[in-house]
Structure formats: C-alpha cells, structure tokens
Design a protein around this ligand. Sequence first.
Ligand SMILES: Cc1cc2nc3c(=O)[nH]c(=O)nc-3n(C[C@H](O)[C@H](O)[C@H](O)COP(=O)(O)OP(=O)(O)OC[C@H]3O[C@@H](n4cnc5c(N)ncnc54)[C@H](O)[C@@H]3O)c2cc1C
Length: 429
Amino acid sequence: MLEPRRIEIAATPPRSRVIAADLCVVGAGAAGVTAAVEAARQGLRVCLIDGLPQIGGQSVNGLIGTLCGFYSTGDAPYQLTYGFASDVLADLRQAGAISHRPGRRSYVALYDEAELAAIYARHLVRAGVEVVLGAVLTEVTREGDRIGALLAQTRYGPVSVTATTYVDASGDAVVAALAGLPLQQPDVPVYGTTMFSVAGVRTPVPLRAAIIARLEQVAEAYGLTRKDGFVFAFPARDLCLVNLTHYDTPLDAVAMTARALDAHHTIARVMDFLRGEFPDAFGAARVQSVGQPGVRQTRGIVAQRCLTTAEVRAGIRPDDAVGRCAWPIEFHGSAEGVHWEEFPDGHLTWIPLSAMIARDVRNLVAAGRCIDAEPFALGAVRVIGPCMAMGAAAAAAARLANGDLHAVTPGNVQAIVADNLQRTDPAIV
Ligand SMILES: Cc1cc2nc3c(=O)[nH]c(=O)nc-3n(C[C@H](O)[C@H](O)[C@H](O)COP(=O)(O)OP(=O)(O)OC[C@H]3O[C@@H](n4cnc5c(N)ncnc54)[C@H](O)[C@@H]3O)c2cc1C
C-alpha cells in the first residue's frame, strides 16, 4: 500500500441535515424500534432518532437480560405480542441467543443483547427506516395543536426533521416536554438500577430467596441499602447478571451523572457482599461489564386519558385496547425494596390507545414507558413485551392518522394489531 499523506483541510462548519418523513420516532429502545419497523413495513417514510450512538435503548445498552411480559400466565402460557416481536423472538432463537425459563407462572426469556442489537439493525435497514443515532433532541416547534418540526444535535452537526406524525418513545416524554405540553410523573422518586455482569461464578448460583434473606441481615454491614434484588445465571454465556443497585433517577444532567458515578461504588460493595456471603459461588467472581444507568420510570405525556391502577388490577379490557401483557405491578418506589403485586393465572393488562395519544396536540403518540399511566399501572406495562406492543399500536395509529390522531377510529387500529389482541400461540420454549 502507498503510504497515506497528511493533507490540510479548510475549517468547515458542522454539516446540517434536513429530513422529511411521514413519521418521526424519537427513542430507539424496544418501543421506538418496533414503531419504526412496523410503520415502515406499512409503507410510511420513517425517521428514527436517538441520543445514544448505539441502537436499542435500555433493551440493548442496559444489560437488562430478560424479555418480560411476552407470555400469558397459567399452566399453558401463550405469546401475547406478534409482528415485529415475533421476528425478534424467531431471530434470537435462530441465533441461539435466547433461552426461556419458567417464572411467575409464565416464561421470561434470557437474551443476548448484542444479538438483539444486530436484529434491530437488520430489520430497520431492511424496512428502509432512516436512522440517526447520537442525535439528542433539543427543540420541538409547535404550530397550534400540532408538532411542526424537531431539531436534534449530533457531534457532526444539527439534524432537523419535519414529519406528519411523531412518536414519543423517549421514555422521558422528551418530545412532549420540549413542545411545552403538560406532563405527569409519580409523586415519589422511582428507583433505577445499574445492571452488571459477573464472570467466574461457580454454580450453583444462590437462589433469589437466599440472597434476599442474607441482605436482610447484613446489607448495612456492606454499606448497601437495597434488600430486594437478584442475580441470575446465563449458563450459555458463563456469566451472571446482577440487579442489586438502586438510586433515584432525577431528570437533571448533573444529578443523574452523580448517580451514575456512585453506582460504581455500589457495585463494588455488592461484589463484597456476594464474595463475602456466598464464597462458594462468588469467591473468584469478577465484574465483566456494566450497563448504562437503568431508568425505570420518570415522566410521561398527558394523553387523552390515563391508564389507572384499578383497571390494571381488575384486568379491564377497554374498548380501545391495542395491546396486552402479563406482568405483575413492579414498582421501585423505595431505596430498600420493590413493591410486587402478583395477579392470578390468566390475568391480562390491556393498554388503551387513548393513554398513548397526546391530549393537547393532534399528531403525537407515545409508546413505551412514557405513556399516560398511574405509577403502579406503568409498573405493569413498562417491560419489553408491552413496550413492543405499544410501538406496533403507535405505528398503526400513525398510518391511519395522516397527521390527525384524534380522528383515528380505535377499531381500525385494532384491526391492524389484531394478532396482539387475539392470538394465543403456545409459547415456544
Ligand atoms: C434495571 C432495569 C431492569 C429491567 N429489567 C427488565 C427485564 O428483565 N425485562 C423486561 O422486559 N424489562 C425490564 N426492564 C424494563 C425495560 O427494560 C424498559 O422499561 C424498556 O426497555 C423501556 O423501553 P422504551 O423503548 O420505552 O424506552 P428506552 O429503552 O428507555 O428507550 C428510550 C430511548 O430514548 C432515547 N432518548 C431519551 N431522550 C432523548 C433525547 N432528548 N433525544 C434523543 N433520544 C432520547 C434514549 O437514548 C433511549 O434510547 C428493566 C428496566 C430497568 C431500568
């Protein structure tokens, strides 16, 4: 090869990009990727933007580890969400990157996050979605009762997107916030977690009950506050994932950074605890990788209505249901522990379209963990299965809306996502 030469170039201003689309999705987590792929498959020109330089939001970057909410509960669990969700399950299976295990009278699926990222990437490209990563949304222009355009900043220059309809899949209702729309949030902090993986663990890994029992007795001695959490083994990957840190997740850059940094100290204390109390399993264990700070619940849009905890508890199926899931109420409302509210076999939580469509503008729909729901209710619908169901419903609504989601007939959305409301294929495990 010829030796390359050094060349001088003139200073160039950052290159600005302008994108026009039928649908712009903000947030490339499970909800946003699903919305983008499903909408593009239905013929919409779709732009998907995310502030991270990597695809997949928390489902890839948070070391989440298990897909939850995909199957019903009972003796014969069936799959609840189809379409792109089925493709993801099938592709993970084909790659040998998923293994189901029984839990909570259903199944959760351990998955390989690198393979999930590859699957997201492949389907986004195949569907023709214009994806812009590393693009932090900074401005939203509002024209009366419509969102007009979005502006995001990347390290390479600004990107502006004008679309007919917008999906807020940012988890924090960022589109709604920047548009000056009303928002809602729990009146208590909800705790997040930095997940981490551990290598060099000798089996058997202690059961969750044993870990919790020891934490009850010795957490303070190790400088730990959380007493309810777990460690689960990925036998095929020869590692464990640990879910034992807890911190509030304020929507403030400086405060949130402090939480992220402090999590590393907590991880060291968790390792001291595991090594000290379970030396047979963890005596030679070491931290292998650390996920991005995991944020469970912050702020949501104000939609046409709110999904209530009473509805979730009663398993009420609203007239405009567009998705379903089976997961307990899981609410991380204290530093010490988790509020779990289990439901009987066969219980389903139904997600209404009206809890996703913004009340005060006509072309914004939320999907994922920033829909309008009471705090406990969101605790039942924010796992990955229902996030994908919401993404699919948002895509269907956007396709029908032609810019006016308030004019969409829920029955027409239900017809598009009918599988997610009716099919009962037995779980393939
Ligand atoms: C520690 C932890 C453990 C969990 N365990 C499980 C589990 O075992 N199984 C399960 O199914 N679920 C689990 N969950 C829940 C689940 O992972 C999330 O609720 C779900 O992945 C949320 O998906 P989402 O698409 O709504 O949001 P996210 O995955 O949070 O995606 C939102 C995206 O929006 C982007 N964004 C935000 N603001 C901006 C901005 N201003 N500009 C541009 N982009 C922006 C973010 O970068 C992000 O990629 C867990 C959650 C946590 C925190």
